[in-house]
Write a protein that binds this ligand. Sequence first.
Ligand code: M6R
Length: 612
Amino acid sequence: MCGIMGCVGKTDIRKIILNGLAQQEYRGYDSAGLALRCPDGVRNIKIVGRVCQLAKLVEERASDCEGAVSGIGHTRWATHGGVTVTNAHPHESCDGMVTLVHNGIIENAREIRAELVRNGVTFVTETDTESPCQLLAQIYDGDALTAMSELCGSLTGAFALVIMFRDRPGEIWCARRGSPLVVARADGASYCASDPTALLDYTHDLFFMEEGEMAFLTSDGCKFFGFDGAERAKTSIRLDWDSVMTDKGRYDHFMRKEIEEQPDVLRLTIDAHTVVTSVDMAKSLKISSDVLKKIRRVQFVACGTSHYATLAARDIMESLDCELDIMTEVASEYRYRNIARGGDTLAVFVSQSGETADTLAAMRLASSKGAHCVAITNVRGSTIDREVEHTLLSLAGPEIGVAATKTFTGQVGILALLVLHLLKELGALSTNDEARLIGGLRSLPAKLQSMLEREPEIEALARKYSDSKGFFFIGRRECVPLTMEGALKMKEIAYLPSEAYAAGEMKHGPIAMLDEKLTVVALVPEGDLREKTLSNVEECRARNAPIILIATEGDEDARSYANDVIFVPRTERELFTLIGLIPLQLFAYHTARTLGRDIDMPRNLAKSVTVE
Ligand code: M6R
């Protein structure tokens, strides 16, 4: 939801800002802009379009941008106001005193605007962001710290603000509440960005701004303050990601690269939390055995793909027949359903970015009720990591493609191990099941690899079915989370209508939609539900829907039920998600490619959803 970059203290600031915006473009890509503080004033250059187009325009005006001492930039995911150059950031106050970029939503923007307009201020955009910009210019009387405090105290809603004052060249001011902002120092320069990955070219030691915090950046250093203006000491957090990890390398798309990385993600995850055939989370999860032994209720809370990962975890728990009360809910509902509980509750929040507004709010709610809260996130230093009682890091490395792929695998892997750890502490895991499932997990990276090698076959199917008017993804029990993830991937990157259904539900309504242009992708691994699912497939076939089956290797009989079959290696039934996922990801990827979609930056989306 918008990417911000700021820098002070370098000679090549415009390149640094453009580079930082390009690395954060997946956060929003409706428009882009940058403002450079040059010796004779501010250059503000904005476009509707991508960062590469902005870079072209900036280069055309390079001679105009010489000698910049500070700069701020922004890639926008529009919330308030259409996608226009005027609405693009940076915004300037009508007197030119304040230049500002913003990520978040200012909830009292209308009230502020009305009041300022009454006082004669002229607004030029339709954005909520212009309100803090104009308000700050009205408040400011030469004392930036006091003006910033007053501004932050007047705003409701979520914001990461990065600001330059006309009469303070070589200074950048930042404020954060609800939207992420990271600050860094390296080689006589100070930087800020929405996302830590944009700073890794300069340093790995990062200052993650807290809720209600302001920062003052110059070439000499960074200072941090509370909204009350009191200075705060702050220590950096080291992020061990390599900047090569954020490079597309030989791949056409980040998504494709990230799909390929999944065997390694799983390997790392298993190695980090197991010893031979035993789960070993004692070092990574600092919840005492005494606490875990008393857990009676587990609540999994997340959004989007992360939510589907929790559904897979629920299935693993249920299959192991534990007597816990298990619940999964999307964070945006959990917050409002009066279901948060304390005491003997373990609440598990899963968020790749660690910045999803609803997941954060749900975590704060559960924590206030007294639940034992664990966050599973991919980003060390993210808001959820810093706020939650316990963090488990998923080990996927930076994910740039907007559609989640390898982080889902990392989440399911670590959730599976967390489930085993908890059940073991509760005395509800047999040695046999533990060894069986850990053995199953250990065998998976090689199976994932073999599945990736079948890409040409899946690509051919994607081409064949890319003129479908839509897809139904169906399956039962352990396959249901996969049907949801398969449908979501298809919607996100191919923009094709796609539905996920528990196979037994088809005849209760959705089957009415089927005809020869609506393709059914059915997950029918071997096991107790194969026959029942195939009966549902037959019902779809009788309505002329083309059928693609995902079946277990060796199940030659499956061919007689389908137009096409993708075979996947045999695995433990509870771990099917991790292998069944690969063909679904590749199928969506190649369908989107055939249709010429913008795979890494699909329309209307952004990687982290920092607004409610
Ligand atoms: O960062 P989070 O895991 O909290 O994000 C949750 C969802 O926004 C995310 O999974 C989204 O659904 C992805 N675009 C899916 O590909």
